[in-house]
Design a protein around this ligand. Structure first.
Ligand code: URA
Length: 232
């Protein structure tokens, strides 16, 4: 791989900034200063340093965001895009939200540039589990069990799911699909309404509740392992 591409992929620089850093003598490969951005390096073994600091090469990035309300899960140049909550270098790395949450839904959103894994996690065939904490208009046992059994909506019938109530208006729902406004529509169909929705688990990964709304961090190694296992 070309040295300037390696540097750009690391997220530290754009490709042209990488070129300037290399020509300016700031970059060394295996302890030797290299001034030609087109030099080919082995990304598996090379130790690349910028200003004397070794940097790692990671082809893909995986971020956990605690999505706040009034944000949209798109990469488009929308002032409300969740991507605006991340430093600009992540947009340069072609990161995108893995799935969608409604504008008023909060909580766990994975943002990555690993298109293949994201595609697999979102594939209806994989039955990847998503758990949401909700508040709703009162739900009785009959309505709860109707939700669990599957609801016939105008365009599809929801798959069986799990709904645990802590009282008549609070609980957790785990679904294996992600259709448009699915949970809100399911509750509406049984005579309730969702008044609060927060995703707390996705593909085996729990929302880190120490993250404030709008805050993000890279996935830990253990979380990434779980995510990739779920995408197999
Ligand atoms: N179901 C919904 O209705 N909204 C979401 O944001 C996610 C699931």
């Amino acid at each position: 791989m070309r040295l300037d591409k390696y540097l750009a992929d690391s997220g530290l620089f754009t490709r042209s900034e990488a070129g300037r850093a290399v020509r300016g003598g700031r970059v060394s490969v295996n302890s030797a200063v290299i001034r030609d951005p087109s030099v080919k390096i082995d990304e598996g073994t090379a130790v690349v340093s910028v200003d004397g600091q070794p940097i790692g090469y990671t082809k893909f990035r995986y971020i956990m965001l605690n999505k706040p309300t009034n944000t949209v899960s798109t990469t488009e140049d929308d002032p409300k895009s969740v991507m605006k909550l991340l430093p600009p270098e992540y947009s340069r790395m072609d990161m995108f939200p893995c799935g969608r949450l409604d504008i008023d839904t909060l909580g766990l959103l994975i943002i990555t540039n690993d298109g293949q894994t994201a595609h697999k996690l979102l594939s209806p065939k994989r039955h990847c589990k998503k758990t949401y904490r909700f508040e709703c208009l009162p739900l009785d046992e009959k309505m709860r069990s109707m939700l669990e059994g599957g609801i016939e909506l105008s365009d599809f019938t929801s798959k069986p799911c799990s709904v645990k109530l802590s009282d008549a208006t609070h609980g957790e729902i785990t679904v294996t699909e992600g259709k448009y406004h699915q949970i809100k529509r399911m509750f509406h169909a049984v005579g309730s309404e969702i008044t609060y929705l927060e995703r707390i688990r996705f593909a085996g990964i729990d929302l880190d509740e120490s993250l404030d709304r709008g805050d993000w961090r890279e996935l830990t190694e253990a979380e990434l392992k779980t995510l990739l296992e779920n995408a197999k």
